[in-house]
Design a binder for this molecule. Structure first.
Ligand SMILES: Cc1cc2nc3c(=O)[nH]c(=O)nc-3n(C[C@H](O)[C@H](O)[C@H](O)COP(=O)(O)OP(=O)(O)OC[C@H]3O[C@@H](n4cnc5c(N)ncnc54)[C@H](O)[C@@H]3O)c2cc1C
Length: 579
């Protein structure tokens, strides 16, 4: 052997100058390497739609696992910069975003990551196609999906408002595939008084005396969390003068952030938040000092008017959670296939394999529930949903967002541990993944707030009946004996959750148990969807992986209903009973 060959062999084996070196985990084409996404799309999309879209999925899969991922690792230390003043003392409040964000913006527009959702040619499948692309793109985008989600939410909210003038002005830009005309939108809701309890907002809206137009107002107040403040427009809430307190007294307003000359519209960016994660997303504190705004609908009921925004952003959040899990597991599995300990590769060590299998099962369950939500959303928008599907959509929107947010944090935290010490080191990119994931259970409604949203909705009974119907229909398609047994577990969990709800009369006990109820319903639905998909994979693609995922999931906690004594909890926390 020549010296050259010797060196090459040693480098391949991980030796450099006599020292052992580790190889980084490599990502392949993120579409081709994801049997779940491909199988799901082949099962649910008409063949003609699938064939028309598959090349673009493949292209995005290559970009996400290739040059965008490399750019993301190289761009790790860039953060947005706020320049509040120019050299001549002029207040400018300009924000420079990272190079990866600029590239992500171009890709998002070119691939129509918002526009596809409004592509009427795709009928009720528009959302499934759109979110398959988002699922591929998101983990390499440094959360550029945040402004995209709000842009999509703004488009939906404007359409639902019926305000023809604003729709004509903003919709073509929000759904543009041309980088020269495309806009993104923010949503400015959270104030220091509350994000969950947004009815306490203090921003005031006064009629603009210099403007005769019927819908021109000036806003005064402070918005405490405004992400993607580089957007061209925003939807926001403010209280018209004389309106009562609470959510009903708020109204929804449309704001353009700068005028045609680039001057800020009566607002200041006080500072960018110094955050745990999503650090590439410029999240600002804004001071509105007479911001010119247009009323979108009626001068009240703003929290109701902005609900379409939340429906859309919660769906994006769920897709981002599922795709972060996929990314984490792609990396963890690649690493387990190459790293050796105790004389074998990690993936061949029984306990490591057991750990990864449980995470895979969680991620399959999360994905299938998320894409059920997406599918239902597309149906409703296309006018092809029946009443049960509408009720199901209303219930699974908060359930999916809350369960997938929690699953993503749990899975990605384990992924970091699965790399040992390397997982804790910044330039592997893994800590970033965990920090970015941690936002998912917080923004767009925390786990508790969404659990209560699901529990306290007036149409909960219709939603529960629809959920039970969907679980039953999923299980009717199952013929494999082991899957059928797992499926019965799912049905039993839904029935026990419903029974708990019917038998719990005490308001405090009900509220205290809301999260356990929501998670039980969500996990039971995930198990049923896993069984349904597994049967299809067995029947149509002779692929046993879905069955393995369903059976593994059935061994994880599904039914989380149990009685808890709030008196003991108060004793533990040293707090008084609610007034
Ligand atoms: C990175 C980032 C970006 C953001 N970007 C935006 C943005 O662009 N636009 C925007 O409007 N907002 C944005 N937010 C704000 C976000 O939506 C809010 O922080 C979130 O909704 C929670 O509101 P809060 O911070 O007021 O928490 P609180 O409502 O004060 O909640 C505190 C805790 O109390 C719990 N809690 C609250 N009420 C109940 C209840 N009734 N029962 C039980 N538990 C309860 C919550 O679960 C939480 O754990 C962003 C936040 C972050 C972290």
């Amino acid at each position: 052997m020549t010296t050259d060959t010797n060196d090459a062999t040693r480098a391949e084996a991980g030796w450099e100058r006599g020292l052992f070196t580790q190889s980084p985990p490599r990502l392949g084409n993120q579409y081709r390497d994801d049997p779940l996404l491909g199988g799901y799309l082949r099962r649910t999309l008409p063949m003609a739609v699938y064939r028309a879209c598959v090349d673009e999925f493949d292209e995005l899969g290559a970009i996400a696992g290739g040059r965008l991922y490399e750019l993301q690792l190289a761009d790790r230390c860039h953060e947005p910069v706020l320049r509040q003043w120019d050299a001549w003392g002029r207040r400018i409040d300009e924000i420079e975003v990272s190079p990866l964000w600029r590239e992500a913006e171009r890709l998002a527009v070119r691939h129509g990551l918002v526009a596809t959702g409004y592509d009427r040619g795709l009928g009720r499948h528009a959302r499934s196609v759109q979110f398959a692309k988002v699922h591929l793109f998101h983990p390499s985008s440094d959360v550029y999906t945040c402004p995209l989600a709000m842009t999509d939410g703004a488009a939906r909210s404007l359409l639902d408002s019926g305000n023809a003038e604003l729709i004509a002005r903003a919709l073509p830009r929000l759904t543009s595939r041309d980088p020269g005309t495309a806009w993104t939108s923010g949503q400015w809701m959270t104030e220091t008084t509350g994000g969950s309890d947004v009815g306490r907002s203090q921003t005031r809206a006064l009629r603009d005396r210099d403007d005769d137009g019927p819908s021109h107002w000036r806003l005064y107040g402070r918005k405490w969390f405004t992400s993607a403040v580089t957007s061209q427009m925003a939807l926001t809430l403010a209280r018209p003068e004389g309106n009562p307190a609470g959510g009903r007294g708020l109204a929804m307003f449309y704001v353009e952030v700068r005028d045609a000359d680039g001057r800020l519209n009566g607002l200041r960016v006080d500072r960018l938040k110094d955050k745990l994660g999503t650090r590439k997303v410029p999240t600002a504190e804004l001071l509105l000092e007479g911001t010119r705004a247009a009323l979108v609908g009626e001068p009240c009921n703003g929290t109701r008017a902005i609900e379409p925004m939340l429906g859309v952003t919660r769906m994006w959040n769920s897709v981002c959670a599922a795709s972060f899990m996929r990314r984490g597991l792609s990396l963890a599995r690649a690493y387990a296939g190459q790293r050796e300990a105790f004389g074998d590769r990690l993936e061949r060590l029984p306990l490591h394999a057991d750990t990864l299998a449980a995470l895979e099962a969680e991620s399959w369950g999360a994905f299938l529930m998320t894409f059920l939500l997406v599918e239902l959303f597309g149906r409703v928008e296309a006018g092809e949903a029946d009443e049960a599907q509408r009720a199901l959509l209303r219930l699974v929107t908060p359930l999916t967002k809350l369960v997938t947010g929690r699953q993503a944090v749990q899975v990605v935290s384990e992924v970091v541990e699965s790399f040992g010490g390397a997982g804790y080191v910044e330039d592997t990119g893994l800590p970033l993944l965990l920090r970015d994931t941690q936002v998912l259970p917080i923004w767009e409604g925390t786990t508790n707030v969404l659990s209560l949203d699901a529990l306290l909705r007036s149409d909960l009974n219709a939603g529960l009946a629809a959920l039970l119907g969907r679980v039953s229909s999923a299980l009717r398609s199952v013929s494999d004996a082991r899957l059928a047994a797992a499926g019965r577990q799912s049905l039993a969990a839904v029935e026990r959750a419903t029974l708990w709800l019917e038998s719990s009369r005490d308001r405090e006990l009900l509220q205290a148990g809301a999260r356990r109820l929501a998670l039980t319903l969500a996990r039971a639905l995930q198990l049923a969807l896993l069984c349904e998909h597994a049967q299809w994979l067995l029947d149509h693609e002779r692929d046993p992986r879905g069955r393995a995922a369903a059976l593994r999931f059935s061994r994880l906690p599904v039914d989380l209903i149990h009685e808890v004594d709030p008196v003991l909890d108060r004793e533990l926390l040293g707090i008084a009973a609610p007034g």
